[in-house]
Design a protein around this ligand. Structure first.
Ligand code: ADP
Ligand code: MG
Length: 323
């Protein structure tokens, strides 16, 4: 199949976003927005760096790639609206597999009425996708990492470490009925869009999505806000089945595993009840995991982990490219 018939085959037959004027089929897409702020982000996924055929079906590859992008929108408090996909396709991927990848993306996009409005398709040596996502957020309501203040509560959604547990199970051939939960969390994570959007009424909120592990995400907020974040080990929510793994693996996955695409955030103590209400309304698990302080000697943002009476600096250890 050539590029043109491929593009034709992934072209949506209808679009859901009312601001869409021109979708796939011209030199560029056209959107008309007026009152809201536009939020945009791009992520690149390379075979054998970000995903592999060993642990994912093509459908999951597409689903998870778009989930990572939509999760960035959630972390900004934005509602996703559009996405564009740049694809570099090598010869060893069939058009059927390629379709499955786009089907995986569409499956998730349909859930949030996000429209595919363009992209580029070229051949090359390594399967690579670049997904650009657009979203909208009420004027001046984007949720920045720099918004944490001393006295804030630190919270996370969901349970942490599940995705890495799933990856471990898949790569160590430990698949079983009781482990299918972790595999699903690895292959088909849910971006926390509804919850993040429903927090729209809250005045000040810092948010980050957990793509590189809680330790990293907490540090990004601490640094951007110039505050100290204190995390309480015993408060970190995990799935009960996670305790089948060694304590050191659990620790590694909880703080450095990432790819759970849950949210972490900070909010004033006085707004916590509203956050809890919102979580209940959107059927989201949220847990208070620490607090924000201002320590004179950590002017550049530090993250501490409290385990019983032990206090240690939580270093960043997630995966860093170009290192
Ligand atoms: P041009 O030569 O003007 O760049 P293309 O032939 O690359 O046009 O693309 C034609 C149309 O198909 C454009 O609207 C483009 O956005 C869309 N398109 C191409 N590849 C993809 C893709 N991988 N995903 C979504 N849309 C695509
Ligand atoms: Mg092109």
């Amino acid at each position: 199949m050539d590029e043109f018939s491929f593009i034709n085959s992934i072209k949506p037959s209808t679009y859901r976003q009312s601001s869409m004027i021109k979708g796939i089929g011209d030199d560029a897409a056209v959107i008309r927005e007026s009152a809201e702020d536009i939020v945009t982000a791009v992520d690149v996924f390379v075979e054998n760096v970000h995903f592999s055929r060993e642990t994912m079906n093509p459908f999951h590859i597409g689903y998870r790639a778009l989930a990572a992008n939509l999760s960035d929108m959630a972390a900004m408090g934005a509602t996703p609206t559009y996405y564009l996909v740049g694809a570099v396709v090598p010869k060893n991927w069939s058009s059927g597999e390629l379709h499955e990848i786009f089907k995986g993306m569409r499956h998730l996009a349909d859930k949030y009425a996000v429209d595919l409005i363009g992209g580029d398709t070229v051949s090359g040596s390594e399967l690579t996708f670049s997904i650009t996502v657009f979203g909208k957020v009420r004027k001046d309501k984007a949720r920045y990492r720099s918004a944490a203040r001393p006295g804030d509560i630190v919270f996370v959604t969901g349970t942490l470490g599940d995705s890495q547990a799933g990856f471990h199970i898949l790569t160590n051939n430990q698949q079983s009925e009781s482990n299918s939960y972790f595999i699903k969390k690895h292959r088909m994570p849910t971006p926390q869009i509804e919850f993040a959007n429903a927090l729209g009424g809250i005045n000040r909120l810092s948010l980050n999505d957990i793509s590189d592990g809680l330790a990293n995400e907490a540090r990004e907020i601490a640094e951007a806000s110039k505050v100290t974040i204190n995390l309480l080990d015993e408060a970190i929510p995990t799935s009960s089945n996670l305790n089948q793994f060694s304590l050191s693996l659990q620790h590694q996955w909880k703080y450095f595993g990432g790819e759970d695409f849950e949210l972490m955030g900070t909010v004033a103590e006085g707004e916590w009840a509203r956050v809890e209400e919102t979580a209940e309304k959107t059927n989201t698990l949220i847990t208070k995991v620490g607090n924000v302080t201002l320590n004179e000697h950590d002017k550049h943002g530090e993250v501490y982990l409290f385990q019983g009476v032990k206090k240690q600096v939580l270093k960043k250890e997630g995966y860093t490219h170009l290192k």
